[in-house]
Write a protein that binds this ligand. Structure first.
Ligand SMILES: C[S@@+](CC[C@H](N)C(=O)[O-])C[C@H]1O[C@@H](n2cnc3c(N)ncnc32)[C@H](O)[C@@H]1O
Length: 402
């Protein structure tokens, strides 16, 4: 049944439902659903997803449209959050949209519905993906779109410079740029001090060239942790694309039941004069301003920004956990400022948790450390240190792992 295309903001849930995309809360739910749709393809796909077998996942996933759409149930909640965010952006009035890595056209077809007056172009290197995308747009009766099987690196040869006023990429650049270095860092300010980039900015220069002078580039990429977001912002800047931090957001969703968050990065050619670190602090704290008082606890990037805002500190005690056979390292430390006692758990892969306690609450701080240790001790042996210099691997606060 064709979906109404002229409606301004159609329902995303209805869109997914019509296409047979289900919200799956576990892997079991997901495999049950895709197996019901096509048991042979589901059996071929499983070893590719679980990496038991090597092969091109997109060939199998996009073998036929109904199966391709059923597989979107894995990312249903992510796509729903992302499209809900797009729906709220009333200032977006694009004339020509390019989606990089459009796969089976699920998102592109939504843009065509959401922006009926715009022309939508989807590109992907997967032949099966593009075939599914064309079939989907036809099935939905969408006339304002076209799909091309093109490698991202050929875009300059196929489209005119400055010819798209909205360019979108969702979870695509980690594939275009190849396997990326997984950032290990102890402190965001240290990590970002020398303006590291996410990868070669030549890729993003292609985006810059295709974008109109007043155009917008929206990216919602697969970032391992906030250090990646900072590096992405630096790569964008090198390509003359400046993150408009005020317009960025973080979306919440779940992936087969596991809670996740992803930033949506809005970039334009307009310089902002804001450093990446300042912008990131704004992004991660704008909906939840930091209150630096006893009794407050923070997680993730917020914990790190709160920790740094608390200024001068004296180290009191610490425990470290190096996960055997892995590069995860965790620290559980107590620090003292002139007014607070801080219990800071942090890992080199981006884990952060901060509890702010009143000065003198040593017993409570000790209990929190013990709780954290109990929670993580199954990962490996824990070593205690009373002086920062004694921390295993001679770790010091300002050290950034390269
Ligand atoms: C993880 S999927 C994401 C698809 C879609 N954007 C989404 O959010 O569901 C990545 C997509 O990027 C495409 N892709 C990877 N490398 C590419 C390249 N060099 N040029 C064009 N497309 C590419 C893949 O074929 C795949 O469809």
């Amino acid at each position: 049944m064709p979906i109404e295309t002229k409606q301004r903001k159609p329902s995303i849930s209805a869109y997914f439902k019509t296409l047979g995309i289900k919200e799956c809360k576990s892997k079991r739910d997901f495999w049950k659903h895709v197996t019901e749709v096509d048991s042979v393809l589901a059996e071929d796909l499983e070893p590719l997803i679980s990496r038991k077998k090597q092969g091109n996942l997109y060939v199998v996933k996009n073998a036929v449209l109904p199966f391709s759409l059923a597989v979107e149930s894995w990312t249903q909640s992510f796509h729903q959050s992302f499209l809900t965010w797009i729906n709220r952006q009333n200032q977006l009035k694009p004339k020509r949209i390019l989606e990089i890595g459009c796969d089976n056209g699920l998102l592109a077809c939504w843009y065509a519905t959401r922006f009926p007056d715009a022309e939508i172009v989807g590109i992907d290197q997967s032949a099966n993906g593009i075939r599914c995308a064309k079939e989907l747009s036809k099935q939905l009766g969408l006339a304002n779109m076209s799909f091309y099987r093109i490698d991202f690196n050929e875009l300059r040869e196929r489209f005119l410079m400055n010819s798209f006023d909205l360019i979108i990429s969702v979870r695509t650049f980690h594939e275009i740029m190849g396997p990326l270095f997984i950032p290990k860092y102890w402190s965001l300010p240290d990590c970002l001090k020398e303006n590291p980039t996410y990868g070669d900015c030549l890729y993003l220069q292609i985006v810059d060239e295709l974008l109109t002078e007043d155009g917008t580039y929206l990216s919602c990429e697969r970032f391992e942790n906030p250090a990646d977001v900072g590096k992405w912002a630096n790569s964008l800047k090198q390509a003359n694309l400046h993150v408009q931090w005020d317009d960025c957001d973080i979306i919440d969703y779940h992936e087969l039941g596991t809670k996740k968050r992803s930033p949506i990065i809005v970039a334009t050619k307009r310089e902002t004069g804001i450093t990446t670190l300042e912008g990131m602090e704004h992004l991660y704290t704008k909906d939840y301003p930091l209150v630096l008082e006893a009794g407050k606890s923070y997680n993730g990037a917020k914990a790190e920004f709160a920790y740094h805002r608390l200024g001068e500190k004296i180290f009191k005690s610490g425990h470290s956990l190096d996960v055997p056979g892995h590069w995860h390292v965790f620290r559980f430390e107590i620090w003292e400022t002139s007014v607070f006692l801080l219990v800071y758990s942090y890992g080199n892969m981006g884990h952060r948790h901060l509890d702010i306690l009143p000065a003198g609450a040593d017993l409570d701080a000790q209990l929190l450390i013990e709780e954290a240790i109990v929670q993580y001790s199954h990962l490996g042996p824990i070593v205690q240190y009373d002086h920062q210099e004694d921390c295993p691997k001679s770790y010091i606060m300002s050290t950034m792992e390269k």
